[in-house]
Design a protein around this ligand. Structure first.
Ligand code: IMP
Length: 192
């Protein structure tokens, strides 16, 4: 069976991807290949950061590899926080700090349109490929719900009346930016 590394140790992401692969690929994590280094994400785009991680594994461990990077892109902020989503309120900040900062910045803004965008970079047979998943929605006026992580309590996907954090993991994982990108990746990897 084809082996491929997913450059992450995030259990939720691994589980989600392995579920979609349904035993047709052997998906290894960074700890499965004994890669314990912190791979620095120094890019200024989601594409660049995803590629940095995939390339690091290919160059140092020899495995074909894919990696993801996600950002929350707010229309009124010209796409910010985007690639800086995890550290919007500063290095080593908590998700609550990021959400509070965003709600504050948008306090007097009527345009609350936003989207989550995931980019997956794949290095397979020495070639680079990219897969994108987008979900459109809006930033709510305050935090609602306890499920999920990151900005989930303030993101309401289009077509729903609740935030990701209220909708819960099952609904979220069936429509999310990451699920869409992952499905495209799996279709590509399993095509032959
Ligand atoms: P990563 O590239 O998956 O590590 O995501 C970067 C940052 O984007 C995270 O630290 C979160 O702040 C945010 N983020 C990514 N995916 C989600 C999501 O599904 N819900 C809420 N926030 C997310």
């Amino acid at each position: 069976m084809k082996e491929i590394v997913f450059a992450t140790n995030n259990k939720h992401k691994l589980e989600e991807v392995r579920k979609i692969a349904d035993g047709r690929l052997q998906i290894l994590s960074l700890s499965d290949i004994n890669c314990h280094e912190d791979i620095e994400e120094t890019g200024t785009t989601l594409e660049a950061n995803a590629l940095i991680k995939a390339k690091y594994v290919k160059d140092n461990y020899g495995y074909d590899c894919f990696a993801d990077d996600t950002g929350l892109e707010v229309e009124a902020l010209a796409g910010l926080p985007g690639v800086y989503s995890s550290r919007y309120a500063g290095e080593a900040c908590r998700p609550a700090d990021n959400m509070n900062k965003l709600l504050n910045v948008l306090k007097h803004t009527d345009n609350r349109k936003a989207r989550f965008r995931t980019v997956i970079a794949l290095i397979s047979n020495s070639k680079e490929h990219y897969f994108e998943g987008i979900i459109n929605g809006e930033i709510t006026l305050d935090q609602k719900g306890n499920a999920g992580f990151g900005y989930d309590p303030i993101f309401k996907p289009d077509g729903y009346n609740q935030t990701f954090a209220e909708l819960g993991d099952d609904v979220k994982n069936s429509i999310s930016h990451r699920a869409l990108a992952t499905q495209k990746l799996m279709k590509f990897l399993l095509k032959d």
